[in-house]
Design a protein around this ligand. Sequence first.
Ligand code: KIV
Length: 301
Amino acid sequence: MAPTASGDGARRRPITAPAIRARMVRDGGDPLVMVTAYDAPGARMVADGGADLILVGDSLAMVVLGYDDTLQVTVDDMAHHTAAVARGLASWTPAAEGARKPLIVGDLPWLSYHLGPEDAVRNAAALIRAGAQSVKLEGGAKRVPVIEAIVDAEIPVMGHLGLTPQSMHAMGGFKVQGKETEAALALVQDAKRLEAAGCFALVLEGVPEQVASLVTEAVSIPTIGIGAGAGCDGQVLVFHDLLGLEDRMAPKFVRRYASLRADGVAAIAAYADDVRTGAFPSAAETYHLSDDVAEELRLYG
Ligand code: KIV
């Protein structure tokens, strides 16, 4: 029987890394949509929203675990949350006609691929065993040996260039990259090297739009931008930013599509009020004994 557009069919036809690589965005195909997620309900929301890719990003450190930067998360942390996302999608049944299960990209954290190819392959494998179907790592040409080793182990790799948060100390902070001619051309060269090393896609973060367009034109794999303008083949946003789960100052590239923090705080305040005034729980929200048992118990009262 041919797979249907929903239910089992969508589960049997998940989006794959080769399909992302082959997506003909520049020939009129739809731009790629990637959103981060870190747990099972978040993954199902992102899938129901129709994203092509779910990134279990090391932004986990900042938006979920309360750290000031991404350098604090470990492979174990990333595997724990990747497994939650994978479990969330394992039983996911798409609500929308034609929806397909998104590709899970597990983010390799800082120091998980800096100590040599063997270590990097072992850590990439930990994310695959946790349920990812691909991994992402940050950096340019100097990452080529590590990317080749991971690809050689049959694991699809997504590159990440530009403002790479794991390099925040080396870069002197979270700063837009590629603003001068030489730096912009170096990014183009890095992108070509990453494509040649076997990356199936590239994240471009925090670069001027002209530089992102230059990089996109220089490679045949898709580019997915965040703070990189509209010239990329797709876009990625962090779950908490997109949904307004935080009300802290956001970078200028963030667009909030909901105000879940404000809605959540209002809901919790309403609940607190109902508890304090006795309006919650109501009779309808309460379990009751049968009249007979209630009567018998009254004799003991
Ligand atoms: O960790 C993350 O969320 C990311 C995206 C910002 C691309 O790397």
